[in-house]
Ligand binder design. Structure first.
Ligand SMILES: Cc1cc2nc3c(=O)[nH]c(=O)nc-3n(C[C@H](O)[C@H](O)[C@H](O)COP(=O)(O)OP(=O)(O)OC[C@H]3O[C@@H](n4cnc5c(N)ncnc54)[C@H](O)[C@@H]3O)c2cc1C
Length: 372
């Protein structure tokens, strides 16, 4: 009888396997010690580069300094009638290179924690663990964590954008102020704003960002960027890159709900703003601490109360899109810089909340509270 020439593949066993080595997955891997761990990620940091921004306090400013592309203690929101400029003593709005952040995490993986540069396939969950293949090798893990991007329903409310990294012909005006939202653009298809971060050396990240249920053709966002640049008398010397993104602003469905999700797939995206980086950092720090004590339960990234508030906010936006700009401007006006940063980070104090609630148009919000 002939022996099959293909040897039976053995399974490599580990304690923990993390599917996806993006923001959440690689951060978790970089915090684990003394536990055999694999992080499975098909793309190199450069292949998946983009900008991740957060309001960083002083310890985060130090922690992320190596990946920082720029940071500002002043930021502004602007519409046709007013410009609100916040100046913070405490936070810097900081834009990170995702590639640099991920590379730094990859380079500090402890002994016993390995990165497999391949996609996980044929995933089977068994209890809290499971098995899968990656790069032709079969693996099994006592504990699986899944950070693969969740599914978003068509026509759900999403934040979608297209941005350019450009070098400008002449020096940028006010490079010390980050433009978070400039609403002086076409508002006919949803809440639309220009986001512009002036980096040193005539370098600008500029994005046309929409919050709506319909994605637009790429040329629509490009046209909005060109129009804004023209209005600001900014001429492009060179376009260095283009970035596109779609971020869920409604409930998402994990790839496999029988596996413990982490990061955006576990609901770490703030539904009213699309920011997730800080919530992911906090979730992963707690999870890593838990694992070191034998507790593998994934912490909830955003409190249920905040999710409820954000859902009401989003329902108002869907029901009355024309209120989007006044609501955002009123929020910025009601809060000082640090309050605004806390609000966006999901750590607003009761006083911050009181100020925002007082500034909101009451009837549209009450209608949505009672329709839930
Ligand atoms: C373009 C963009 C810009 C954003 N900017 C900001 C921002 O400025 N500030 C902010 O707070 N939030 C931002 N977000 C939202 C959020 O912070 C990011 O989406 C963040 O990357 C979420 O981290 P994550 O680890 O959950 O998912 P990801 O970082 O997307 O990681 C998931 C990983 O899974 C990998 N993967 C996919 N399939 C497989 C497979 N079969 N096997 C193994 N791995 C797989 C992917 O390659 C990916 O690297 C942005 C999102 C996007 C899309």
């Amino acid at each position: 009888m002939s022996t099959p020439n293909k040897a039976k593949q053995t399974s490599q066993q580990v304690d923990i396997a993390i599917l996806g080595g993006g923001s959440a997955g690689i951060t978790l891997a970089s915090k684990l010690n003394n536990i055999s761990t694999l992080v499975i990620e098909p793309r190199t940091p450069t292949e998946r580069d983009c900008s991740w921004a957060l309001w960083a306090d002083s310890s985060q400013q130090q922690e992320f300094a190596a990946a920082s592309k720029g940071s500002w203690n002043q930021w502004r929101l602007i519409d046709h009638s007013q410009e609100i400029i916040h100046s913070s003593e405490y936070y810097r709005y900081t834009s990170l290179s995702a590639a640099d952040y991920i590379s730094a995490c990859e380079s500090k993986l402890a002994d016993g924690v390995a990165l497999v540069r391949a996609a996980a396939e044929d995933i089977v969950s068994i209890g809290s663990g499971g098995s899968f293949t990656a790069g032709g090798q079969h693996y099994s893990a006592a504990q699986l964590f899944d950070s693969r991007p969740a599914k978003m329903a068509d026509k759900s409310l999403r934040q979608h954008f297209l941005g350019w990294d450009i070098r400008t012909k002449s020096a940028l005006q006010n490079p010390q102020i980050a433009t978070l939202m400039d609403f002086r653009v076409d508002q006919s298809r949803g809440l639309h704003f220009i986001y512009a971060l002036p980096f040193a050396g005539n370098r600008l990240l500029i994005e046309s960002t929409m919050i709506s249920t319909n994605l637009e053709d790429k040329d629509w966002y490009r046209q909005a960027i060109l129009q804004w640049l023209e209005q600001q008398n900014i001429e492009i010397e060179e376009t260095l890159g283009e970035e596109v993104g779609v971020i869920p602003m409604q409930a998402i469905t994990p790839q496999d709900s029988s596996i413990a999700s982490i990061g955006a797939a576990s609901g770490a995206v703030r539904l009213s703003s699309g920011y997730a980086f800080s919530a992911i950092q906090a979730q992963i720090a707690k999870l890593a601490e838990g694992i070191n004590q034998g507790n593998y339960l994934v912490p909830v990234p955003i409190s249920p109360a905040l999710i409820r508030m954000d859902k009401i906010f989003n329902r108002v936006l869907v029901a009355q899109p024309e209120l989007g700009v006044p609501i955002m401007m009123a929020t910025a006006k009601a809060l000082d810089a640090d309050g605004f940063a806390r609000f966006m980070l999901g750590s607003a104090t009761l006083l911050d909340w009181a100020k925002v609630i007082l500034a909101m148009p009451k009837i549209p919000f009450l209608k949505q509270v009672f329709s839930s």
